[in-house]
Design a protein around this ligand. Structure first.
Ligand SMILES: NC(=O)C1=CN([C@@H]2O[C@H](COP(=O)(O)OP(=O)(O)OC[C@H]3O[C@@H](n4cnc5c(N)ncnc54)[C@H](OP(=O)(O)O)[C@@H]3O)[C@@H](O)[C@H]2O)C=CC1
Ligand SMILES: O=C1OC[C@@H](O)[C@H](O)[C@H]1O
Length: 366
């Protein structure tokens, strides 16, 4: 058997998700049945070199740690020739500037969600990636779950529940303001919409935007409402609701997101069709189960379970490794056009609800 293609990662920022991502990168790919690609962490950058070194010591097994360089600035990591792909895991407010600098230095980039703060920034990154002829993708990891592929096949190809009429999506997680300051500050582009709403919009796109009769068109109606958090003078949103109407496939979609309350365990995504319904219990970001209720002589329920041998971030990493191995500059499953469309949807929701971040967070560099 041929040796796997190994992608060498540079990690930018050492917070919660960077730790989860690296723990997944260092797991043996064969445990998830993958033999064609593998991963190696070769550099970690933090605003403090001690923090970078501690991160390396705590997340990377001793036998894989010898050739990992700690950096005291993100910019230094972008210049490291040993890095094949930079993973950006700063708060949302930092994504655009970090990704831009990394791309301009000639790096392939996987950038955490939300990709940027607005669509103009997203379009700019896509343009720079094209000019530099490098790979770029937003790290919406859930898109790469085997369960999601099956869900889309059952819904759109097999039409298991017949014609889709309505979709309900909720992604809500209580976020403690004391423990998660970044989400209660406008300076770090906080609030439920940009952080959790990415998953609300993800399932809206998977069910409606991807519907074969919709042909990747925008919705005909978008109506948004927002509740601002009284816990901060920054007035970030604690809850946001969005109704979209997709005329071509004739679907009404109701999406909700909140950082003040949790999604009920039993139902997070409910797609109602002419022959039954499909339900995904929590979590929208890390789904493990599809429940299909088919109407007939009594309700016929089938449950499809999916094991996740880790956190599940490795599936997006595997996709990036294959793309870079094959010389692709964007991913077929999640192309930049769709990522920009998702940011345009965010912009429209923010326009209707008046949610603005400080000028230095929203700005686009020349
Ligand atoms: N895909 C997923 O499942 C998840 C994705 N995310 C996304 O990842 C990103 C990071 O989230 P998360 O890891 O939870 O955040 P954390 O607050 O845990 O970590 C963010 C890191 O960014 C660096 N940083 C740079 N500038 C700042 C700043 N002004 N304030 C605070 N930290 C800063 C710090 O690293 P250092 O000190 O080393 O420079 C910090 O540790 C967000 O965009 C979030 O939406 C978050 C959770 C899950
Ligand atoms: O991206 C995310 O942000 C918020 C988390 O609670 C969620 O699980 C994660 O996927």
């Amino acid at each position: 058997m041929a040796a796997p293609f190994t992608l060498r990662w540079g990690i930018v920022a050492t917070g919660g998700i960077a730790e989860c991502f690296v723990r997944d990168l260092v797991t043996d790919p064969s445990l998830r049945g993958v033999t064609d690609v593998a991963h190696q962490v070769v550099a970690v950058a933090s605003r403090s070199v001690d923090k970078a070194q501690t991160f390396i010591d705590e997340t990377i097994p001793a036998d894989m740690r010898a050739h990992v360089t700690p950096y005291s600035s993100y910019a230094d990591l972008y210049k490291d020739p040993a890095v094949d792909c930079v993973y950006i895991a700063t708060p949302a407010s930092g994504h655009y500037a970090c990704a831009l600098e990394a791309l301009r230095a000639g790096n392939n980039v996987l950038c955490e969600k939300p990709f940027t703060v607005n669509a103009q920034q997203a379009r700019h990154l896509a343009q720079v990636a094209k000019e530099k002829n490098v790979f770029l993708m937003e790290a919406v990891w859930t898109r790469f779950f085997p369960l999601v592929k099956t869900f889309q096949r059952m819904l759109h190809e097999e039409k298991m529940i017949g014609r889709v009429h309505r979709v309900f999506v909720d992604f809500s997680v209580y976020i403690d303001p004391e423990k998660n300051k970044r989400l209660y500050q406008a300076s770090t582009a906080g609030g439920a919409l940009l952080d959790l709403g990415v998953y609300m919009n993800l399932w809206t796109l998977l069910t409606c935007y991807h519907h074969p009769e919709n042909k990747r068109s925008p919705p005909d109606v978008i109506k948004a409402a927002m509740l601002r958090s009284p816990l901060t003078t920054d007035l970030v949103d604690e809850s946001t609701s969005v109704i979209t109407v997709w005329q071509k496939p004739n679907i009404m979609c109701i999406g909700t997101t909140s950082m003040m309350t949790d999604t009920p365990k039993e139902c997070l995504i409910r797609v109602q069709g002419s022959k039954g319904e499909m339900i995904i219990p929590i979590h929208a970001s890390r789904p493990e189960k599809i429940i299909v209720n088919l109407e007939g002589n009594g309700m016929n329920t089938r449950t499809y379970n999916y094991d996740i041998p880790g956190q599940g971030l490795f599936w997006e990493a595997d996709a990036v490794a294959r793309d870079i191995r094959d010389g692709k500059k964007e991913d077929d499953l999640y192309p930049l056009e769709e990522c920009i469309f998702a940011m345009e949807l965010m912009d429209e929701i923010r326009l209707q609800t008046g949610l603005k971040f400080p000028d230095d967070v929203e700005k686009v560099q020349s």
